[in-house]
Write a protein that binds this ligand. Structure first.
Ligand code: HEM
Length: 355
């Protein structure tokens, strides 16, 4: 039902785009107003979210690592798993962002024959996620040829390498193929795996279907329903230089492509897709694990007025004795309060690490 709702939403957007392509007056809305509004919402939404995350105080190092942290010089530590300084953090972050290292380690637990617990790997999810993200990056890099003139050498190089196999005319890019396959697997996994299906929400299916339709309409434009790429380039260059000129005619497939891209952009900051920015602000990844080297004091620990047992016994000494309750024989407290049992008096400003 949730997948169906997401499918209906995307189908509705496709319907709106196709209908808008038939009404000439709506051309500037779809090709100019909507993309600008989407980019504005995307940028503003992203900035608001990142600033909000960045302002959240993180007084402690949150260590969810599996590696030995640095302590005594003769104990071997693991700088990438449990970095003690900035360089190690950069290394860990780079591996996470570029190779999805923690997803690579994702394992699966199931009850096997004879009730035995079996641990297995989950490399397909990692592979599909990696293929999708890298392909998306390269597809978008190639798309820069529409937005800038002259086309940068790097974009031409990516395009050249991506079309290396020269299959078909125009040639099929490896990343077009890879992104389609990866998205298809990610969608299949949501349906085929009962546990994943159970936890999947409309918000999980919607971006998947949106991306599949964007990719599908792109493939349609390039390989099947030929579109006026020169007119699209004129529009895109106009948009990026803030001198937009809506094309005189709008192909329905391009209208679908552009409208869905705009919706994706505007939806991005409010969806799970915002993990793209969030990963850089994740305290479990971006903080060095120096808990043994440095004492991290919680700045918000309130100055709690304690009342130790010794103080209490002293206060009610006469009543406890009259009632025949055995006393522990606590010594009378010093004038300025009594330290906690066995603990040295706390240094000024230093409080517990709990909280
Ligand atoms: C999230 C953003 C986008 C994604 C994921 C995406 C994806 C794709 C894909 C997979 C293709 C198939 C061919 C290829 O791989 O290059 C394609 C083609 C195309 N896309 Fe996009 N696209 C996006 C944004 C845009 C935007 C903003 C424009 C507007 C200029 C655009 C215009 C086109 C055109 C004109 C083609 C046909 C290319 C050709 O005939 O060579 N796309 N797109």
């Amino acid at each position: 039902m949730r997948a169906f709702t997401a499918l209906l939403l995307v189908a509705g957007l496709v319907g709106i785009a196709v209908a808008a392509a038939r009404v000439p007056a709506l051309g500037p809305v779809v090709t100019v107003a909507l993309p600008y509004a989407a980019v504005a919402v995307f940028l503003l939404g992203l900035v608001v979210r990142v600033v909000r995350w960045a302002r959240a105080p993180v007084p402690f190092r949150i260590t969810t690592t599996c590696g030995q942290q640095r302590s005594l010089p003769w104990l071997k530590s693991q700088e990438l798993e449990s970095p003690s300084g900035t360089l190690g953090v950069i290394g860990r972050m780079a591996l996470e962002v570029l190779c999805f290292r923690s997803l690579f380690r994702n394992t699966r637990v199931r009850v096997g024959d004879g009730g035995r617990v079996v641990h297995g790997d989950r490399r397909w999810l990692w592979l599909a996620a990696l293929a999708f993200h890298w392909s998306l990056l390269l597809v978008l890099t190639r798309h820069l040829r529409f937005f800038v003139e002259p086309v940068p050498g790097l974009v031409l190089l990516v395009q050249h390498v991506d079309g290396f196999f020269q299959i078909g005319v125009p040639e099929l890019f490896v990343t077009t193929f890879a992104i389609t396959l990866a998205l298809a697997y990610l969608a299949y996994r949501r349906f085929a795996n009962p546990q994943v299906r159970y936890v999947s929400l409309v918000a999980d299916y919607f971006p998947l279907f949106l991306l599949l339709t964007i990719v599908g309409s792109g493939i349609l434009m390039r390989h099947f329903a030929k579109t006026d790429v020169a007119a699209i380039k004129e529009l895109a260059v106009g948009l990026s230089t803030f001198h937009p000129r809506a094309p005189s005619t709008l192909s329905p497939v391009f209208a679908v492509h552009l409208l869905l891209v705009s919706v994706l952009l505007a939806y991005f900051p409010f969806s799970k897709l915002v993990h793209m920015a969030g990963v850089f602000l994740s305290p479990t990844r971006n903080l060095a694990n120096d808990n043994r080297a440095r004492r991290h004091v919680n700045p918000w620990d309130p100055d709690v007025k304690t009342h130790a047992y010794e103080e209490w016994e002293h206060e009610f000494h006469d009543k406890l004795t009259a009632a025949g309750i055995p006393l522990q024989g606590a010594p009378p407290p010093p004038a300025a309060g009594i330290p906690l049992q066995g603990a040295p008096p706390p240094a000024a400003g230093a409080t517990s690490q709990g909280g």
